[in-house]
Design a protein around this ligand. Structure first.
Ligand code: FE
Length: 185
């Protein structure tokens, strides 16, 4: 079972890797995403989910950019078993659904696909492509699907080179609150 300290260390030690063909590192992407959630006044659960949503990219050994080799790393599923011993469904479910949320938004919003980065459009195909209208309807009826859609929008925006954000330490109390602890395990 992983501890919160070990999760933070993963970001400190492996977070410098590039974020899937974008102009930011994994750590910068995570911090930008969490900052957007915090600025939107969201719960500690959704801020924590935003910070940790791509943890799955840090726990596999498929190289930095498996999508370039045509491999879907299934990072949204890899993160959940790691996190669910520490965090409730309010954190892990939006993470598990954040890739499906892209497939959903492509299906229901005309302008969304065009707004995606080149790397996101490429990975969309590996991830199963745009949802059919039926699949989109089924998706949004799931618990925490609305949270996953919000997370997805911050995820798409959290790719700004050189943007200043609060650091990991700033988010520690929020992570502790989200997992119901008062001290760092
Ligand atoms: Fe992301």
């Amino acid at each position: 079972m992983i501890t919160l300290t070990e999760i933070i260390d993963l970001y400190r030690n492996r977070g410098q890797s590039q974020y899937g063909g974008e102009a930011v590192s994994q750590l910068e992407h995570a911090l930008q995403c969490a900052t957007l959630a915090e600025e939107a006044g969201k719960s500690s659960s959704l801020i924590a989910a935003s910070l940790l949503h791509d943890l799955g990219h840090l726990v596999h050994h498929l190289g930095e950019e498996p999508a370039l080799q045509g491999i879907d790393d299934r990072h949204e599923d890899r993160a959940v078993p790691v996190l669910e011993t520490l965090f409730p469904a309010a954190v892990t479910t939006p993470i598990r659904l954040h890739v499906a949320a892209k497939r959903y938004l492509c299906a229901v919003e005309d302008s969304y696909w065009a707004s995606l980065s080149h790397a996101s459009k490429r990975s969309l195909e590996l991830q199963g492509g745009v949802f059919t209208p039926e699949a989109a309807k089924a998706f949004i009826q799931q618990s925490y699907a609305e949270d996953a859609v919000e997370l997805r929008r911050w995820d798409d925006l959290a790719k700004v080179a050189e943007l200043k954000t609060p650091d990991l330490d700033h988010f520690l109390p929020i992570l502790l609150d989200a997992c119901g602890n008062e001290v760092l395990p």
